[in-house]
Design a protein around this ligand. Structure first.
Ligand code: UDP
Length: 383
């Protein structure tokens, strides 16, 4: 099957990392069209997935205003739509992976008469988007998409509640290459040395630095935890939220935690870093659509403390293969952290359970089969 994948971002967010795994089996006959250049293009090339930058013009990536801005500047988008449309004729379907890709893909799908698939990586609710933005997204999807792949039941539910059509939406979780999460003891020793954290209890937080990802919650919880506990914050501000990074540094200083919090920036060795941790925390203050980092930590056999909302509740069973805490509550997070420190045996069992359940549910081979089935069904129906 020949697929024209579209993504607006040049940066490596969760949706883009997911697309790499989805596009890989179709690499010989497909193309990923990006609306911006960056690390995502390099990563696609490393995976030998054909990629083309379809616009040199920077389109601002701002989740809240983005869709409206994209529609408002439809005139400016015409050259981009043209480029997509010309390419679309050589492909069986258009697969839009982000909201602006949806706008461009919808029009190109209409003009080139190619079916449109939309991979929904968001919770379409007012907690994440403006009402107008939501209305536009739902209208475009209902009008143009033949298939919506939602990344969790929570994303599907929000889509339906916002007025999305129920007969076009299917849930497929993100898939992961299991072998990438088997890390040697030598790697762990090396990373501990590099970070100078040999004798510490290490808590990891893996996410772009953004207010709703809630790194401040972990810092507040750390202030209520024993001295021997250190946190590593892995990730960078991807969408211009530098003010939040500044706030985080200030908070660390004002709480006197300079020796106990390390900012590592964006890293490509996530499985290695996760395996080095004793515990991984997820602290999103708004419902997480899926939460790749949670599954990745589970695959590394790590206990995860995650914020109980959205897709997270489909990943973690409290005190069985992880821990769930109230979003935005540092006190509760600190209590779970302290209990994990004091009950290492129970915590280790929860980490082992996490690896088993995540390996059974999120193997990329199985997930890609599910996607392939849906795409073939769609292709057969439109013929
Ligand atoms: N990630 C990464 N390097 C970093 C921080 C995060 O590669 O420094 C990856 C992380 O491993 C995960 C993805 O970025 O696969 C984030 O996905 P998630 O679903 O957790 O959040 P999103 O960014 O999609 O909101």
């Amino acid at each position: 099957m020949k697929i024209l994948f579209l993504d607006q971002s040049g940066k490596l967010g969760g949706a883009e990392l997911c697309l790499i795994d989805i596009a890989k089996p179709y690499a010989h006959s497909s193309l990923v069209g990006l609306f911006a250049d960056g690390d995502f293009r390099i990563s696609l090339q490393e995976h030998k997935i054909p990629v083309e930058i379809l616009s040199n013009q920077a389109i601002k990536v701002n989740k809240d205003s983005g869709l409206l801005a994209a529609l408002g500047s439809l005139g400016q988008l015409i050259p981009l739509i043209n480029q997509v449309m010309q390419r679309a004729r050589k492909y069986d379907l258009i697969y839009a992976n982000t909201q602006k890709a949806l706008v461009v893909g919808a029009i190109a799908s209409l003009l080139s008469r190619r079916p449109l698939v939309y991979h929904l990586h968001d919770i379409l609710s007012v907690e994440h988007f403006s009402t107008t933005n939501l209305r536009v997204a739902i209208t475009l999807i209902n009008q143009f998409a033949s298939l919506v792949i939602a990344n969790s039941q929570a994303s599907k539910q929000a889509f339906l509640e916002a007025g999305g059509k129920s007969d076009i939406v299917e849930v497929v979780y993100n898939g992961f290459e299991l072998k990438n999460y088997r890390i040697s003891a030598e790697s762990v020793i090396r990373i501990k040395q590099e970070l100078d954290l040999q004798d510490k209890f290490i808590i990891g937080h893996f996410s772009r630095l953004s207010p709703w990802k809630g790194q401040h919650i972990l810092i507040n919880a750390l202030a209520q935890s024993p001295e021997n506990i250190t946190a590593i914050l892995v990730g960078d501000a991807l969408f211009g939220e530098q003010y939040y990074v500044k706030d985080l540094y200030q908070k660390v200083t004002s709480l006197g935690l300079e020796d106990r919090v390390k900012f590592l920036g964006f890293r490509a060795d996530i499985p290695q870093l996760m395996t080095t941790c004793d515990l991984v925390t997820h602290t999103s203050t708004a419902p997480e659509p899926f939460g790749r980092v949670i599954v990745e930590a589970m695959l590394c056999g790590k206990p995860v403390v995650a914020a109980k909302a959205g897709g997270v509740m489909e990943l973690v069973e409290h005190e069985i293969n992880g821990f769930l805490v109230t979003p935005g509550n540092p006190q509760e997070l600190a209590e779970v952290i302290n209990s994990c420190v004091h009950k290492p045996h129970k915590t280790a069992i929860i980490g082992q359970n996490a690896r088993v359940s995540a390996s059974l549910r999120f193997d990329v081979t199985t997930i890609n089969q599910e996607i392939s089935k849906l795409l073939h069904l769609l292709a057969n129906n439109v013929q």
